[in-house]
Design a protein around this ligand. Structure first.
Ligand SMILES: *Cc1c(COP(=O)(O)O)cnc(C)c1O
Length: 366
């Protein structure tokens, strides 16, 4: 082994989190959202941990190909549909369900002669207030009729902008009202709920739910406190080791820019993990790092980041960790330190950190 950094993916935690989605939405089928290579967890791990899902929702048709090549026989949803007309054939061959969110995609499907012998599932996307993808109500109804007339098997879909917040506009209630008006009289299965809606808006569940972040054991709001009672388990754990220790004199500074100044004589641990591994450079002093067996009594302790994170290393305050030495194992995020906590100290959300795990970090699936 080269550098001691390693990301491990716990497939049992994946299946545990999926069963939590089943508990919360027992009547719904589940699209496990695995865009961005399973939010950075690798498609291999996703396929092992989430094999009892009803379908996988992805962006890239190459990921659909990968799933079929790896014997995935269940449903696949292309969340942004097709990007080019010449992909229709391949999408049908791979038996993908398609989101349709604009007029161009609609025209491609109207022009398509389906000779595959099986029905093609369309998730028609309504813009109910997020104003990102989708048709507004009137064009939505027309699009529904056109695709239905062209022989496609229709589903209704929209996406919430604020399922993780109560007081922002558009609210879940406003978007639901818009959705209900738009689909009135157009009978078809519906799909609305992302993780936050599954956790906190039971009225949105519908026929297909679309959990992403909760499957990875990370909070939709950015705050770990919001999911601490939801019985979700962290799937990705990022660990490394202390590779050097510096004895500082009071008043000395650490690293680039000297952001941390030693308030007394103290030890600082150098950890083999930096922003080129996906650890956020924005992490403030005080960001927690779990340090194994480093307490005075040999138990694990949390040590704060001390000084600017650099490309390949970060530095931690070892005043609470008298037993730490070169080779001591640290956890940057995972079971001991919620990635949400690291994200909060870095001005971002857990989603971004797990997705940004760098390719140079080796991944092991357990
Ligand atoms: C990413 C995505 C989801 C999953 O969202 P989470 O917040 O990760 O649960 C659901 N639906 C759509 C359309 C998405 O793009």
């Amino acid at each position: 082994m080269n550098r001691p950094i390693l990301a491990s993916i716990d497939v049992n935690a994946f299946s545990h989190n999926l069963s939590r989605v089943r508990d919360l939405a027992p009547e719904s089928k589940i699209w496990s959202v695995i865009k961005a290579k399973g939010y950075g967890h690798t498609l291999d791990a996703v396929l092992q941990g989430l094999e009892s899902t009803d379908g996988f929702a992805i962006l890239d048709i190459t990921d659909a190909q990968w799933l079929r090549d790896h014997a995935w026989g269940g449903r696949i949803l292309l969340l942004e549909g097709l990007f080019h007309q010449n992909e229709v054939d391949l999408a049908v061959k791979l038996r993908c369900d398609l989101v349709i969110h604009n007029e161009k995609q609609l025209e491609w499907l109207e022009a398509y002669q389906n000779r595959s012998g099986h029905e093609i599932n369309i998730f028609l996307k309504l813009n109910s207030g997020m104003n990102r993808l989708g048709f507004r109500s009137e064009p939505y109804r027309l699009a529904f009729h056109r695709l239905h007339a062209a022989g496609y098997h229709m589903h209704h879909m929209t996406h919430f902008a604020n399922a993780d917040q109560v007081e922002r506009s558009p609210s879940v209630g406003e978007q639901m009202d818009c959705f209900d008006r738009a689909i009135a009289g157009l009978s078809a299965p519906i799909s609305l709920a992302n993780s936050a809606a599954i956790l906190w808006h039971r009225q949105t569940l519908g026929d297909w739910v679309r959990p992403g972040i909760m499957l990875y054991g990370v909070s939709p709001t950015g705050a770990y406190a919001d999911i601490v009672r939801s019985d979700l388990q962290a799937v990705m754990t990022l660990r490394s080791e202390v590779i050097d220790i510096q004895e500082l004199k009071k008043g000395e500074h650490v690293g680039y820019g000297g952001r941390f100044e030693a308030p007394e004589d103290m030890r600082v641990g150098i950890v083999a993990c930096g922003y080129a591994d996906g650890y956020p450079r924005q992490a403030a002093d005080g960001t927690p790092v779990w340090v194994d067996a480093a307490g005075a009594d040999g138990t694990a302790v949390i040590c704060p980041i001390a000084g600017q994170v650099s490309m390949d290393m970060l530095t931690i305050d070892l005043r609470g960790a008298p037993s730490a030495k070169v080779g001591t194992v640290v956890e940057l995020w995972g079971k001991e330190v919620p990635v949400d906590d690291v994200a909060q100290m870095s001005g971002t959300i857990g989603y971004e950190l797990i997705c940004a795990l760098a390719p140079r970090v080796p991944v092991t699936i357990k």
